[in-house]
Design a protein around this ligand. Structure first.
Ligand SMILES: [Mn+2]
Length: 297
C-alpha cells in the first residue's frame, strides 16, 4: 500500500474478509506510448465515485449496504514485468476467494496480470473493450506493453476465450497475426450498424464460458465522452453501449477492470464515467445475486 492514503472508493465500507466486491488500484503507466498520466487514474476515479447517490433507483439497491472493500493501490513497481508479477500476487487470492475484482489502472498493461491470475482451467471469457487490438507480440521491446495486453491474455486463456469489442485501430502486423491466431473481434462500426445487443449476443455465445470478465480500456468509449486517455481514437462506443454490456452480462460477470483513465487530460467527465461504470457493475451483479437467493447481509 502507498504511504499516503487518498479517499477510498465510495461506499467501500467492508473489510476484505466480508467483502464480496474488492477494488484495487494499479497506479502504473510506464508502458504508455503517447501521452502519460494513467498512473493517476485510480485515485481520480475514487474521488469521483463520491459524486453519486448511494441508492440506485433502477435496481433498488443502496451501495452503502453492499459489502465493498477498497484495498488501496499496489506499491510502485520498477518495470512492467515487476508490475505484472505484483498484480498477479495480489489478485490470485481474490479470485481464489471468489471476490468480484474491480481493478483501476494504470495503463492497459495492468489488466493482463489480473486475467493471468485466473486459474487456467476456469471457464472465464474476456470481453475486451478497446479502440485498439492490443495484439502486438512485442512493442518498443516490451512484451508487457499496453499494446500487447490482449495478446498476453489470449496466451493465457486461448484465442477463443477473448473477444474484442469496439476496436477501430490496428497495425498491419497485428491484423496478420490475428488472421492466423483467430481471436474474434467486433469493430465499433459493427456495433454501430448492428446494435450492441446483437453483437454482444454473438460475442458471449462465441466465448461459451460460464463466467465473463470485462476489461475496459476507457479509449474504447468515444473521446467525446472519455477524452482523458493516453491514445484517444474517434468513432468509439457510447457510455450506453458499455452499460448494456454490463447489464446484459451481470448474471455471469466475475470482475471488471477500467484502464487508461488519464486525469491530467480530464475535466472530470472521464473519471466520473469510469466511477459510474464501476458502480453500475456492482449494482447489476449484486441485483442478480440477490435475485438468485443470495441476499445482501
Ligand atoms: Mn488497450
Amino acid at each position: 500500500m502507498t504511504a499516503m492514503q487518498l479517499p477510498t472508493f465510495a461506499d467501500a465500507n467492508a473489510d476484505l474478509k466480508e467483502a464480496r466486491y474488492v477494488v484495487l488500484g494499479v497506479p502504473f503507466d510506464r508502458t504508455t506510448s503517447f501521452r502519460p498520466g494513467a498512473r493517476f487514474g485510480p485515485d481520480a476515479i475514487r474521488q469521483h465515485s463520491w459524486n453519486f447517490e448511494t441508492y440506485n433507483f433502477e435496481t433498488g439497491i443502496d451501495l452503502s449496504e453492499v459489502p465493498i472493500h477498497d484495498m488501496g493501490n499496489t506499491e510502485e513497481f520498477g518495470n512492467a514485468e515487476d508490475m505484472a508479477k505484483g498484480v498477479r500476487e495480489v489478485v490470485a487470492p481474490l479470485w481464489e476467494e471468489e471476490k468480484f475484482v474491480i481493478t483501476f489502472g494504470g495503463d492497459h498493461a495492468c489488466a493482463a496480470p489480473v486475467v493471468e491470475a485466473l486459474k487456467k482451467n476456469e471457464s472465464v471469457g474476456v470481453l475486451y473493450l478497446d479502440a485498439h487490438l492490443d495484439f502486438r507480440e512485442v512493442y518498443l521491446g516490451d512484451r508487457r506493453s499496453h499494446a500487447c495486453s490482449a495478446r498476453r491474455m489470449v496466451e493465457h486463456l486461448g484465442a477463443k476465450h477473448l473477444v474484442v469489442l469496439g476496436v477501430r485501430s490496428m497495425c498491419r502486423e497485428e491484423k496478420q497475426d490475428n488472421d492466423r491466431i483467430g481471436m474474434r473481434y467486433y469493430s465499433s462500426y459493427d456495433i454501430h450498424e448492428q446494435g450492441v445487443a446483437a453483437v454482444l449476443r454473438k460475442a458471449v455465445e462465441h466465448l461459451g464460458t460460464e463466467k465473463v470478465y470485462i476489461s475496459l480500456d476507457i479509449d474504447g468509449i468515444d473521446p467525446a465522452y472519455a477524452p482523458a486517455t493516453g491514445t484517444p481514437e474517434p468513432f468509439g462506443l457510447s457510455p450506453f453501449d458499455v452499460k448494456t454490456i454490463i447489464d446484459t452480462t451481470a448474471d455471469r460477470l466475475v470482475g471488471l477492470d477500467i484502464m487508461e483513465v488519464s486525469p491530467p487530460w480530464d475535466q472530470g467527465n472521464t473519471s466520473a464515467l469510469a466511477a459510474r461504470i464501476a458502480r453500475e457493475a456492482i449494482l447489476r451483479v449484486e441485483k442478480h445475486r440477490q435475485g438468485n437467493g443470495h441476499p445482501a447481509p
